[in-house]
Design a protein around this ligand. Structure first.
Ligand code: PDD
Length: 279
């Protein structure tokens, strides 16, 4: 397997990162996850623009986007991943320097790492649906940045796994914000409801695609918070991200959502999303 590190394509086993890398010491970096279908990236531009935004907000001077696009495409080619599905993980940190909170000298190069690997979207979960738990959203108030500082997400997601659930959904001030690695949408009386773009959620690329598909399918959308107290009235609930696409949530904290089965709007969106990834 060839990975990309700071200008070179090399076997994973040969890739070396300094223990003084600020990604390691401070989680001082940003990342993206791309999904290629038969060698073609879905919404690559959105992911690249979001990487640029994350880096801007973190004041990291990264490579230009054409170079990052080329890295992602080259990794898919070099690893013979043009057939089937593949994921590219890309991470950029503020580089390696002796540990000081203040930024390192301006001439410190960022660390740029990327890896491509085969991926199978979870078709069984897409079909059957998943269960989720709720947990307090104890994260910082810049969740709009795709930072590699993911410890609250990791801990809460593990709590879900420990309890036999697939994902955790964060609750802030009585409102469902998003999952540990997914955005969340509910359906109430035929309307799709999802937390508005804000510093409290990551503006998911899949979320964006879902909202566009709603327009195509004539499903009204309200970008307003889903209130925890209204969950028992939700007809459908779903989570979405780049790797899992759209998953119906059929149980929350052991209570069924709606009739406990994936609902018709979730199904229509899954179908439309699948078609969009093929076109
Ligand atoms: N996570 N919210 C959070 C906190 C996320 O980490 C992600 C993605 C999303 C969905 O974003 P998108 O639709 O652009 O994938 C929402 C990736 C997949 C991950 O960390 O692996």
């Amino acid at each position: 397997m060839y990975v990309y590190l700071n200008g070179d394509y090399l076997p994973l086993e040969e890739a070396r990162i300094s223990p003084e890398d600020r990604g390691f010491l401070f989680a001082d970096g940003a990342y993206e996850v791309f999904h290629a279908y038969e060698g073609r990236f879905f919404r690559a531009e959105g992911h690249l623009q979001r990487m640029a935004r994350s880096l801007r907000e973190l004041r990291i001077d990264g490579p230009d986007l054409d170079q990052l696009r080329d890295v992602a495409e080259t990794l898919v080619r070099k690893n013979n991943l043009e057939q089937g599905n593949a994921v590219v993980y890309m991470q950029i940190t503020r580089g390696a320097a002796p540990r000081k909170h203040a930024f390192p000298p301006n001439d410190t190069p960022p660390t740029v790492y990327a890896k491509a690997y085969p991926h199978t979207p979870p078709r069984d979960l897409q079909e059957q649906g998943i269960s989720a738990i709720l947990a307090p959203d104890i994260r910082w108030t810049r969740c709009d940045i795709k930072s590699v500082a993911l410890l609250p997400n990791v801990l809460a997601h593990q709590r879900a796994k420990d309890s036999g659930a697939h994902e955790v959904i964060f609750v802030r001030d009585g409102m469902l914000t998003e999952g540990a690695l997914t955005n969340v949408c509910a359906v109430f009386d035929g309307r799709l409801v999802t937390y508005p773009k804000s510093p409290y959620i990551l503006a998911g690329i899949t979320r964006g695609a879902v909202l566009e598909l709603c327009e195509m399918l004539n499903v009204p959308v309200e970008e307003v918070p889903i209130l925890e107290k209204n969950l028992p009235r939700a007809d459908e609930l779903m989570i979405c991200n780049t790797t899992s696409e759209i998953l119906p949530v059929t149980r929350v904290n052991d209570n069924p959502v709606g009739n406990g089965k994936p609902g018709p709007i979730t199904r229509a969106l899954q179908q439309a999303y699948r078609e969009a990834t093929r076109s």
